[in-house]
Write a protein that binds this ligand. Sequence first.
Ligand SMILES: Nc1ncnc2c1ncn2[C@@H]1O[C@H](COP(=O)(O)OP(=O)(O)OP(=O)(O)O)[C@@H](O)[C@H]1O
Ligand SMILES: [Mg+2]
Length: 220
Amino acid sequence: MLELKSLKKSYHQGSQTIRIFEDLNFHVQEGERVAIMGKSGSGKSTFLSLISGIIKPDAGDITLNTVSYKELKESQLNDFRAMNIGFIFQNFHLVSYLNALENVMLPAKVCKVSKPKEKAIKLLERVGLGHRLDHLPSELSGGEKQRVAIARALIHNPKIILADEPSGNLDDQTGNSVMDSLFELIKQNHTTLILVTHSKEVAARCEKTYELVQGNLKLC
Ligand SMILES: Nc1ncnc2c1ncn2[C@@H]1O[C@H](COP(=O)(O)OP(=O)(O)OP(=O)(O)O)[C@@H](O)[C@H]1O
Ligand SMILES: [Mg+2]
């Protein structure tokens, strides 16, 4: 479903070259839930950014649902990302002047989701926020913000969810209950998940856990 072939990626900072991946190969099957662990700076966020197409590899290719990123023009890749990928970030990335409902509805327009309002309300109810629809992000707790972000990531039924330390900013109990919401929703939709986490407990919810070490993903 998702395949990374011979990926190479370095960053250039002045005269310095930071080599992240030299020859990375990886694949995920449809509906599979995969955790990625690894030390800070090992390249986990870079890995997700490559899969999302936000950053380009220096060499190699990524294929999602038989579509090769190499074959897509920039605008096509942007549309492809919007339609097929959902994101959840450590610091939520909600739009501060939109309320919970409006935040969740945000991707619906671009992705031409039918009955977006009904769907957004349903998702917010599913994550336990039916009573917080008109709250701005500043009027929500951290766990609630992350639930809004989860609902937003799923409104267009993406093929794959990329989550970068989604419970990293939450206390254990809140993090666990936010993870319960995420796993329940993706299980129902058969959504593929790639989850970056520093928590072994969170990783244990996934079928497979990989550790990113020196540019390679090792199955734990
Ligand atoms: N745009 C950039 N330009 C230069 N160097 C970068 C850039 N982005 C990341 N790096 C460097 O690449 C390395 C990998 O960064 P990345 O953010 O992928 O790590 P990470 O595994 O997600 O770390 P963390 O667990 O702290 O989030 C780091 O050493 C970082 O400093
Ligand atoms: Mg990171």
